[in-house]
Write a protein that binds this ligand. Structure first.
Ligand code: SF4
Length: 349
């Protein structure tokens, strides 16, 4: 990966060669404190390493200490418009701020926020969003071009640097995948601040996952990116699952069960999707890396999945269990899921 500065966020560090951290954002207000904490704990369990929450008012800021005391991953406060809330959040123990200096209310206020960040040793993420560039920059370029986005980033970084503050993470997001890719590429050529990657307003379900995977994945394969957030409409746990899949696909994480399964064809005589779903559900807690193949037939299955550590090929009435492409047992179809799960447990315990 491209070398970047290391930035400490609570108990973990990003940049500087550290593993790429997965983050997400809760979609429950902090004022619904019990539910918000429960959602964060669920996200932690699914593999989320940094969590962000919006702090739009004092009522939410009041809840920060309670929430922080119940969770085990760093909390980032997302602040817009009100510099006093930024200061309150830092004083309440958040591990990072996410602000946009353009909407925090002028130089004096940025100076006050910086003084507080310095006192508490807390980093800040500057979020540059193509959809909300400064009016002057938009007027100069006409629309959010790559040059316009980079100028906005330069101006925001300058405001912090002017007060001697360098503990920064940058994100450059657009809802347009190609713009996100090109702007981050350009930024990485110019600066060595760690980059938080994401495609904003990516959408829901499949289209959201595809858009995020293309934008984030392309950058990661170019060696760019220090932390990622997949933005999806819906349960944020899905964001974390998608982020893990992206990192695994880019060979940047090697943990847990990776299931490869065939698309099925006319040879398949079984409900392969239901088998894959069952295997996924029963192995989601395993951390040991293992490639497991779930194939629709014995004619091509073991051969097609030769690279897997372990696998099954389903048949009509019977299926086979194979290891590294070699068949080791023939199993009645109704037992095949249990047999595979037992083998997985044996190899990972
Ligand atoms: Fe078809 Fe068998 Fe290949 Fe699956 S493994 S795609 S069922 S030939």
């Amino acid at each position: 990966m491209k070398p970047t500065k290391q930035v400490r966020i609570g108990s973990l560090s990003i940049g500087g060669g550290n593993p790429i951290a997965i983050q997400s954002m809760i979609n429950i207000p902090l004022t619904e404190t019990k539910q918000a904490i429960e959602q964060i704990l669920r996200l932690e369990e699914s593999g989320c390493e940094i969590i962000r929450a919006t702090v739009p008012n004092d009522a939410c800021a009041d809840k920060l200490p309670e929430v922080i005391s119940h969770i085990h991953i760093p909390l980032v406060a997302d602040i817009h418009f009100d510099y006093r809330l930024a200061i309150r959040a830092v004083q309440s123990g958040v591990s990072k701020l996410r602000i946009n200096p353009g909407n925090i209310g002028g130089k004096d206020r940025v100076r006050e926020v910086v003084a507080c960040l310095k006192e508490y040793g807390i980093p800040v993420r500057i979020g540059v969003n193509a959809g909300s560039l400064e009016k002057e920059i938009l007027a100069k370029y006409g629309h959010p071009t790559i040059d316009a986005i980079i100028e906005s980033a330069r101006s925001s970084i300058g405001q912090f640097n002017e007060f001697g503050y360098d503990n920064l993470v940058i994100s450059i997001k657009s809802s347009d995948v190609v713009t996100t890719y090109q702007a981050n590429k350009r930024f990485a050529e110019l600066y060595d601040y760690p980059l938080h990657l994401g495609v904003t307003e990516a959408g829901a379900q499949l289209s959201g996952v595809v858009r995020s995977s293309v934008g984030i994945g392309a950058l990661l394969l170019d060696g760019i990116g220090d932390t990622i957030r997949v933005s999806l409409t819906g349960d944020p746990v899905q964001e974390v699952i998608a982020a893990k899949e992206i990192l695994t696909a880019c060979d940047l994480r090697n943990e847990g069960i990776r299931i490869i399964s065939c698309p099925t064809c006319g040879r398949c005589k079984t409900d392969l999707l239901s088998i894959v779903t069952q295997i996924k559900e029963h192995t989601s807690d395993i951390k040991t890396p293992l490639v497991v193949a779930v194939m629709g037939c014995g004619v091509n299955g073991p051969g097609e999945a030769r690279e897997a550590d372990l696998g099954i090929a389903c048949g009509d009435g019977n299926g086979v269990l194979f290891k590294k492409g070699e068949i080791v047992a023939t199993v009645p179809s109704e037992e095949i899921v249990d047999v595979l799960l037992a083998e997985i447990n044996l190899l990972t315990s």
